[in-house]
Design a binder for this molecule. Structure first.
Ligand code: HEM
Length: 426
């Protein structure tokens, strides 16, 4: 258990986009979007990793521990195909990073039948109706209300820390079945264990053991006393076997699932909510439009995930030779799918570099696509919808604080987010 001061310190330490990138050695000081766009305009697919193509050598992105040549997919058509054809553009590539391997068996790195069957055990808990009718009333609504109450009576706020950071980490930790007060300590251990926070090998190992112990204890408890949470669902749902039979997930499989869900669900939603808020407040017409017609909020979130996906690049491993958007790509190479440049491909969107709430609706790649499309996207969207509605109800005239340094999009190649979101609440 940590006190309020320690909690405040941890929030500032764990939810600083620049610091997070600095710690893993991939902080970028320039706006990478024009550079990614220029690459895509030169060719839809290029030999070399995105890191090499952007001349970011020295950045320790992902810490691959298997030597391979790389290719980068830059166009919408190339990334769209790679996301759909997961046997050719294989997610097993993730297993070549120690961080993912340390999580145990996780769907992110599985392919084919194994992936489909394992994901199906959890899928029903993450569908849109469950996001709205289970995650909402059980966790999201209450946590948002508590965060709003902290802002009552105030004139200013820094919403990156006071809202965007606090909401997802608490929702996902409590959704798993852990007590809210454990959220930060658990996330800190998880980031250290998976190498997202740089610590000594001994500390990394100690955190790895601690994460396993905390989740293991919770699984033991829920086996004895079922709750109404994700762990209970993972314990009770059937894994359907190819021969028509069923089995239950092992503790190790459940622990892997929880590690992934907490890691994937905490950081991304924090940063994407910040980007969405910034986009709306930066072009105040869009804040006003959403405030006056709440049915537009969902489009605001989708457009933010298209315009500035918090994670602009994802990996794959090529399992066979293929011609991708006209370019031959050999088997055995590592693939960087640059969703950032694909989402701004002018062959698909007019004025793609502009955040436009009213643009024609078309699917984008910000939540991925195909078999590995984000499992938690409905939960993430529900969190953002409830948070934005609550802000608009409470602080309809909220605006960026002109006296504070203007918010910037910062971070590394793999995770982008806001430097801060200073606002005047009234
Ligand atoms: C705005 C927030 C989010 C964004 C932009 C996002 C984005 C993504 C993307 C692009 C992928 C595909 C990765 C790949 O194909 O290699 C993914 C996968 C995944 N996400 Fe999210 N995510 C978000 C929130 C969440 C949340 C809230 C959760 C859980 C509560 C979550 C859980 C997962 C899981 C488990 C996977 C792996 C799915 C699989 O491999 O089948 N994500 N996410």
């Amino acid at each position: 258990m940590i006190d309020v001061e320690e909690e405040e310190r941890l929030y500032r330490e764990l939810f600083d986009v620049s610091n997070e990138a600095k710690e893993i050695g991939n902080e970028i000081h320039v706006d990478i979007v024009p550079a990614m766009n220029a690459l895509r305009d030169a060719a839809p697919v290029m030999p070399g990793s995105l890191q090499q193509l952007l001349h970011l050598e020295g950045h320790t992105i992902n810490n691959w521990d298997v030597e391979r040549d790389s290719y980068t997919l830059l166009s919408f058509a190339a990334c769209d195909r790679a996301l759909r054809e997961n046997l050719t553009f294989s997610s097993a590539g993730y297993l070549e990073t120690p961080g993912v391997r340390s999580m145990g068996p996780v769907i992110l790195a599985m392919t084919g039948d194994e992936h489909r069957r394992t994901r199906a055990v959890a899928q029903s808990m993450f569908l849109k109706p469950r996001a709205m009718n289970w995650w909402g009333p059980n966790w999201i609504d209450e946590i948002v209300e508590q965060l709003m109450q902290r802002l009552d009576g105030r004139d200013t706020a820094e919403l990156n820390i006071e809202l965007c950071a606090r909401l997802p980490v608490n929702v996902v930790t409590r959704g798993i079945g852990m007590e809210g007060r454990m959220a930060l300590v658990f996330r800190d251990h998880l980031l250290k264990a998976t190498g997202v926070r740089k610590v000594t090998r001994e500390e990394q190992y100690a955190s790895h053991i601690e994460v396993g112990r905390m989740l293991g204890d919770l699984i033991t408890l829920r086996r004895a006393e079922p709750g109404d949470d994700v762990i209970t669902g993972l314990i009770h749902n059937d894994f359907k076997l190819a021969d028509g039979g069923t089995r239950k997930l092992s503790d190790e499989e459940i622990i892997g699932f929880c590690r992934l869900v907490i890691l994937a669900g905490g950081g991304t939603t924090w940063r994407q909510l910040g980007i969405t808020l910034y986009a709306l407040l930066n072009d105040y017409r869009f804040w006003e439009a959403c405030r006056d017609d709440r049915s537009l909020i969902e489009a605001a979130i989708e457009e933010s995930a298209r315009w500035m996906p918090t994670d602009p690049v994802f990996p794959r491993l090529m399992t066979e030779d293929a011609v991708v958007d006209g370019v031959p790509v050999p088997a055995g190479v590592r693939i960087d799918m640059c969703l950032g440049s694909a989402n701004r491909d002018p062959s698909r969107w007019d004025n793609p570099d502009v955040y436009d709430l009213f643009r024609e609706k078309k699917y984008h790649l910000g939540f991925g696509l195909g078999p590995h499309q984000c499992l938690g996207m409905n939960v993430a969207k529900q969190e953002m919808i409830v948070a934005l509605n609550a802000l608009m109800n409470r602080f309809p005239n909220m605006r960026l604080d002109p006296a504070a340094p203007p918010p910037r999009i910062v971070g590394g190649l793999e995770q982008r987010g806001m430097s801060a979101i200073p606002v005047l609440l009234h």
